[in-house]
Design a protein around this ligand. Structure first.
Ligand SMILES: C[S@@+](CC[C@H](N)C(=O)[O-])C[C@H]1O[C@@H](n2cnc3c(N)ncnc32)[C@H](O)[C@@H]1O
Length: 253
């Protein structure tokens, strides 16, 4: 059975301020020329229209396609405990929930509308209802720099376009450390984000992660052009060492 489905929810756009600014760069020169400004300004809209279209595509289509592929590649069993950091209106939350019919997906967010249009816990809950996954979704209002979960709670931690929204390197590093802390031994982490991928790798390695990798998500997740590309950071927490306690006891006796 295909895990892909026609999207029923409304997911908003990422960084709506940036999209507005790009849109303004298309419209403002047209208006200015109509009001008598010099005609050379008409050269600006075509230059800005392409980055604006690339950005919009990444937000409403490209991001979804990339995550579908990434989640398929994880080969989930279907009963995992999953955490989505900065879940927003639920783009990735929904895609994971479809793949874990016997599991649970917890979405953590502060619901900042500056980071995603129409962002709110209610909007995320509505999305979950529209997608028919309410039974396996929990929404938690919390800061990803200080997660309200015990160590080793989740089989998989995902995060899409969220950690870069934290101001300051210390905060971003804390979020990555928290993501790793709440992973179970053998658990996996997959983060898609811009700008700070290299530092995340260092933080994960220092925390003891293995199979720490960074790949480029490609043009579908360019935010206006190749100058703002998305990096996919993946890692695993080493599986627990087998308990040799009894064996040692047998050897001793
Ligand atoms: C660009 S949106 C991406 C949302 C979603 N992951 C997606 O891909 O559609 C970034 C999200 O990160 C959330 N966020 C930013 N800082 C946060 C923090 N410190 N703790 C939790 N969530 C945060 C914002 O509220 C927003 O929902």
């Amino acid at each position: 059975m295909s895990k892909k489905a026609v999207r029923q929810g409304r997911y908003g756009v990422d960084g709506p301020g940036w999209l507005l600014a790009l849109g303004g760069g298309v419209v403002a020169p047209l208006v200015a020329v109509a009001a008598g400004a010099p005609r050379w300004l008409l050269r600006v809209p075509p230059l800005v229209a392409v980055p604006a279209a690339v950005y919009l595509h990444a937000s409403v289509r490209g991001k979804f396609l990339v995550w579908e592929e990434q989640l398929d590649a994880l080969g989930l069993r279907g009963d995992e405990e999953v955490l989505d950091l900065g879940c927003g209106r639920g783009a990735v939350l929904t895609a994971v929930a479809r793949r874990v019919p016997k599991g649970r997906v917890t979405g953590v967010d502060l619901w900042r509308t500056v980071d995603q249009s129409g962002n709110s816990e209610r909007a995320a809950a509505r999305t979950a209802a529209r997608e028919g996954i309410t039974d396996r979704v929990a929404l938690v209002t919390a800061d990803m720099r200080q997660l309200p979960f015990e160590d080793a709670t989740f089989d998989l931690v995902v995060s899409s376009m969220a950690i870069h929204n934290i101001t300051g390197a210390r905060g971003r590093e804390a979020a990555v450390r928290e993501a790793y802390r709440v992973l179970k031994p053998g658990g996996r982490l997959l983060v898609a984000d811009i700008f700070h991928g290299a530092r995340s790798l260092d933080v994960l390695r220092a925390a003891g992660a293995v199979r720490v990798r960074r790949t480029d998500a490609g043009p579908r997740m360019w935010w206006s052009g190749p100058w703002i590309r998305t990096l996919l950071v993946s890692a695993e927490k080493p599986a627990a060492e087998p308990d040799h306690g009894d064996l040692d006891g047998e050897r001793r006796s």
